[in-house]
Design a protein around this ligand. Structure first.
Ligand SMILES: [Zn+2]
Length: 318
């Protein structure tokens, strides 16, 4: 529409009858939904890779619409569903703001800034953040290959937001006891990376050889070389899986190749990034680890990873 025509249209809006105004409102809603890139892509995904979110059958057909969104029906279980079913967007309001919100998350913005940018309240901002982060937390490398570096880092235990504390309250900013001394105050996180920018992390209850083996086995290629700074904790894993193990101390480099500098640099970037949130509740730690992984992927693969995650419907079905 030419701008002069559009001004004319706007100037005539007050002449609309009540019914015409309602029709216009409905039409606008339909147009906004139809032009929403997330809906478009979720539909495209279902058309290209049909799968029922209830029974996983591939026999699905278009079946009218619901809330102005195309509806599908499974010919196997006869259930109907919309394209957001089983994704982080299911029953989420304000679809016109989803992409802006994901964009704010790509910029690591705090809850308050995301809320302000997208003009939503703080509770919605919190709920959206953790919905989207849940999908990020499920997305991590499956296999590490070549030279793999593994090391643990520690996050201070936080019951932020809990009404009932399992410990005596502490003043913000006070120093915790050393990580190795106090299990109640620190959560160990095992991070493993390879040299092709694949990262994996696991929240541990304690740093033990059994737990490390449980987490890492099945994720390391048979011919990889594992570099760590701990002989004992990783021995069981390496012996049982017949993996070559290089034990290094601090910044030691063997044969100009084997070191744990990559994983330590990852720890350091993760800790620096996490600081901006001024302590997050331990129960959400996996979500934040997933967020940071997603951002790291974005940096290396030059993609807007949250947008990408948003479009990969099948990966996030509950
Ligand atoms: Zn089905």
């Amino acid at each position: 529409m030419k701008s002069l025509q559009f001004i004319k249209f706007l100037n005539n809006l007050h002449k609309l009858t009540k019914d015409q105004y309602k029709t216009l409102q409905t039409q606008l809603k339909v147009t906004i939904i139809q032009s929403n890139v997330i809906f478009t892509n979720l539909q495209k995904e279902l058309d290209e890779h049909p799968q029922c979110p209830h029974c996983k059958s591939e026999k699905i057909i278009h079946f009218g619409s619901a809330n102005n969104r195309p509806r599908y029906r499974c010919k196997s279980c006869l259930k109907t569903f919309v394209c957001t079913r089983g994704t982080a967007f299911f029953r989420l309001h304000k679809p016109e703001k989803w992409l802006d919100y994901l964009q704010s998350m790509c910029q690591s913005q705090t809850l308050e800034v995301c809320a302000k940018t997208c003009k939503i309240n703080l509770t919605t901002s919190f709920n959206w953040r953790h919905r989207f982060l849940k999908m990020a937390s499920l997305d991590q490398a499956d296999q590490l290959k070549g030279i793999v570096e593994a090391d643990e880092t520690y996050f201070r235990v936080s019951e932020k937001g809990s009404l009932k504390l399992n410990r005596a309250p502490r003043k913000r900013g006070t120093k915790a006891k050393s990580a190795s001394l106090n299990k109640q105050e620190w959560t160990p996180v095992l991070v493993a990376v390879d040299r092709s920018h694949h990262e994996m992390d696991f929240i541990l209850t304690q740093v033990s050889s059994q737990e490390i083996q449980n987490k890492l086995q099945g994720h390391l290629s048979q011919d990889c070389v594992l570099c760590t700074d701990d002989q004992n904790a990783y021995n069981q894993l390496c012996n049982e899986r017949h993996i070559l193990h290089k034990v290094l101390s601090g910044h030691q480099v063997i044969d100009k190749t084997f070191h744990i500098n990559t994983v330590n640099a990852y720890h350091s970037r993760l800790k620096n990034w996490h600081r901006r949130f001024h302590g997050t509740a331990t129960k959400y730690l996996a979500n934040y680890l997933g967020w940071f992984r997603a951002l790291a992927t974005q940096k290396h693969e030059k993609v807007n990873v949250f947008k990408l995650l948003a479009l990969q419907q099948h990966s996030f079905q509950k």
